[in-house]
Design a protein around this ligand. Structure first.
Ligand code: H2U
Ligand code: ZN
Length: 348
């Protein structure tokens, strides 16, 4: 038998942040593809849409009116999944039937008054205003004693269930630390206690040395395809300095975060020459009143597209019943992404 080679042979890869595994089948990406490949024709959107509930000055569904904002704007979600005044309590009927109250705050953040834009088309200066608003919201919500975690995220594209193309994100701040960040807290804590460094600073050091999965970097951040990526073009942005949350960033670092957010999303749009859909979000220290030296600020991007503007990866079959699986390797995905033009296709 030949020696095991993870570029060629089927294997599984470990995600040290979640403790989970992904099955990688590189030999399958050589099989012929016979599905259809359509080019999506995107309609040009106006800068202001009178029907849009996020545009400045417009009325929202609940009847409230947005102010005439000129850069960013945050408001409480009119259909919040978490509510502040939920009665405290829990229910249990033996070991098998358990429920606990959960409360929190949900907000919507408009990234720009310009309805026609998306992050990759915004200026770094204007994306910086989004970063500043994230900082303000993380601080204000996180300072509340009943809030244990502030999840900041962006759902982009109708295939991700996003209801409106107006550039926007959301924040869900909950009493408890939700599942994904709770797993990442445990794994990072264990690593930090054992090694004295954050897991992601050691990970990033090796990634930079190997340079097999790095997409782009600036003075403060690196964007890469993680070794353990599940989605075909899944990526992460990791801060070079081991900071645990947004509030520890210097002003230059905040601008660099805006810069790399733009650079990565330009790559994404250029991949299939379409406004690329994804769910992305910041992962940072819980606001549960504990010290979190183990936490290392990062951002995950989970895009659903596989091989064209219209062919999506489905998490089905073995993936629902067994374990997630991918064909194109993380290295292959990184190579494709980093070879793309750094200029957005609409402006080439
Ligand atoms: P998406 O990005 O996932 O489509 O979310 C948009 C959010 O905007 C969604 O959570 C909220 C929805 O509840 N919303 C309002 O708060 N007010 C409105 O008038 C419409 C939508
Ligand atoms: Zn709009």
């Amino acid at each position: 038998m030949d020696k095991f080679d993870y570029i060629e042979n089927p294997h599984r890869r470990y995600n040290p942040l979640t403790g989970e595994w992904v099955l990688v089948s590189p030999h399958r990406s050589k099989r012929p593809w016979q599905g259809q490949v359509e080019k999506i024709v995107e309609e040009k959107r106006p800068s202001h849409d009178p029907e849009c509930y996020l545009c400045s000055g417009n009325e929202r569904i609940g009847g409230e009116k947005n102010p005439n904002y000129d850069d960013v704007y945050a408001f409480q979600n009119d259909f919040s999944a978490l509510l502040q005044d939920t009665p405290k309590g829990e229910f249990s009927d033996g070991d098998l039937f358990r429920a606990e109250c959960e409360s929190g705050v949900c907000k919507v953040i408009c990234f720009s008054p310009d309805h026609s834009l998306t992050v990759p088309e915004m200026s770094v200066e204007n994306i910086r205003k989004v970063v500043d608003l994230w900082c303000k919201e993380y601080k204000e919500l996180g300072d509340r004693k009943e809030i244990g975690y502030v999840q900041i995220f962006e759902n982009k594209g109708s295939i991700m269930g996003c209801s409106n193309p107006h550039p926007h994100g959301q924040i869900w701040a909950s009493g408890l630390v939700p599942l994904e960040t709770s797993k990442e807290t445990d794994t990072q804590k264990e690593y930090f206690e054992k090694h004295g460094n954050t897991m992601l600073s050691d990970y990033l050091k090796t990634e930079l040395e190997k340079d097999e999965r790095i997409l782009v970097e600036n003075d403060s951040f690196v964007a890469l395809v993680p070794f353990w990526a599940v989605w075909p073009f899944e990526t992460m942005i990791i801060s070079k300095r081991a900071v645990s949350n947004l509030l520890e960033l210097t002003s230059e670092e905040k601008t660099d975060l805006a810069d790399i957010y733009k650079k990565l999303t330009v790559m994404y749009d250029n991949l299939f020459e379409v406004s690329f859909a994804y769910s992305a979000g910041l992962h940072q220290a819980p606001t549960d009143g504990e010290e979190h030296h183990e936490w290392h600020l990062h951002m995950h991007f989970y895009p659903p597209l596989l091989r064209s503007a219209s062919v999506k990866k489905f998490m089905v079959g073995y993936e629902m019943l067994g374990t997630p699986q991918r064909d194109i390797t993380a290295e292959g995905a990184a190579k494709r992404l980093k070879e793309l033009s750094k200029v957005h296709y609409k402006y080439q």
